[in-house]
Design a protein around this ligand. Structure first.
Ligand code: NAD
Length: 328
């Protein structure tokens, strides 16, 4: 097997989070030495437990909105920084709005200034989001679509901060000639998601396992596209390692589209086959997007990547993780 990151030193911010911990595993498996940084705002130490004895993994507990030099003090060599630190679920970022806009904007600036001043040959890969498309007028969403986002609503501490993060990336790529790449991640799910973080998949799985009705906001006809985390990490690893991708923004997600109510029905059938699900309908929160589906043509063309794990298979793996958690 070729190791995409052999002999490289890579920093992952948000390493204790859901995606960050899987990305850290993927980088280590591909030969990297990983420096993971996290302040446990929404991440969990248990996500890194298996790496405790790994000599190629170093953990630094720090807030990445601090000047980067404060915590990455004397690193002689850094080949890439993946900036994933940020609350990602609406309840979590609404609970931490200031931390959310700072980590996506000011921390992005701090990290890029550090690269510019200390490691100008390092790549910077920013975890943006499908939320930059807001309530889209285009469907599915291509990277060239600029979005339709409320600048001052209940989700804007996240959406607009990611958009500003993208601006900061663009400035450093164009004006300071750094290798900066932006990935717009669409809904991702899998083991190590926090069961309490309020995202749709953990919420429905938790409710299925507890024999509770499924909470549906609105009538549940709004759609989402769900990508299994292993697929996403494969895409991120390729995007971060291939040459000639500076300045590129790419959608990473699974185009399979499901209505939210249908999502609950599928999970219900896997957990309680041959029974009927019960629903509890609630008012749709502000600025909830009605449709979400990535156009991944660019990822297919540039990276030769597309998801391979179908929704039911991914949900079965995720269920196993949640069932294990429930037995502790
Ligand atoms: N999971 C998804 O479906 C999804 C979709 C789109 C974009 N993303 C993006 O991917 C990234 C990871 O998302 P996730 O689902 O793993 O979320 P997560 O909440 O599980 O992980 C985020 C991690 O960042 C850490 N963090 C937050 N602020 C920090 C700070 N100031 N300093 C240091 N660490 C900090 C948290 O403690 C946590 O460990 C985020 O940037 C998110 O916006 C995720």
């Amino acid at each position: 097997m070729t190791e995409m990151y052999a002999n490289q030193t890579v920093v992952v911010t948000g390493t204790a989070g859901f995606v960050g911990s899987h990305l850290t595993d993927g980088l280590l498996a591909n030969g990297a030495r990983v420096i993971g940084v996290d302040n446990f705002l929404t991440g969990r130490a248990s996500n890194l437990e298996h790496l405790k004895e790994n000599p190629n993994f170093t953990f630094i507990e720090s807030d990445v909105t601090l000047p980067t030099i404060n915590y990455l003090t004397d690193q002689p060599k850094i080949d890439a920084i993946f900036h994933l630190a940020s609350p990602a679920s609406p309840p979590r970022y609404q609970e931490h709005p200031v931390e959310t806009y700072l980590v996506n904007s000011y921390a992005t600036h701090q990290l890029l200034q550090y690269i510019k001043n200390v490691h100008p040959r390092a790549k910077f890969i920013f975890a943006s989001t499908s939320e930059v498309y807001g309530e889209p007028h285009e469907h599915p969403q291509k990277e060239g679509y600029w979005g339709n986002v409320n600048p001052n609503g209940v989700r804007s501490c996240y959406d607009e901060a990611k958009r500003l993060g993208e601006t900061i990336c663009g400035v450093h790529q164009r004006d300071f000639n750094l290798d900066v790449r932006i990935m717009r991640i669409f809904n991702t799910y899998g083991p190590r998601m926090d069961p309490r973080d309020g995202r749709v998949i953990p919420q429905f799985i938790t409710q299925a396992l507890a024999h509770q009705p499924y909470t549906i906001y609105g009538d549940g006809s709004q759609t989402r596209s769900y990508c299994y985390v292993n697929d996403l990490v494969d895409g991120i690893l390729k995007f971060g390692s291939m040459l000639g991708l500076s300045g590129i923004t790419v959608n990473l997600g699974n185009p399979g589209e499901y209505a939210v109510k249908q999502t609950a029905e599928i999970i219900h059938q896997l957990v309680h086959p041959n029974t009927q699900p019960e629903f509890e309908f609630r008012t749709l929160p502000g600025d909830d997007p009605t449709r979400r589906q990535p156009d991944i043509t660019l990822a297919i063309d540039k990276l030769g990547w597309q998801p391979t794990i179908d929704f039911r298979t991914g949900i079965k793996h995720t269920l196993e993780y949640f069932q294990e958690l429930a037995t502790y």
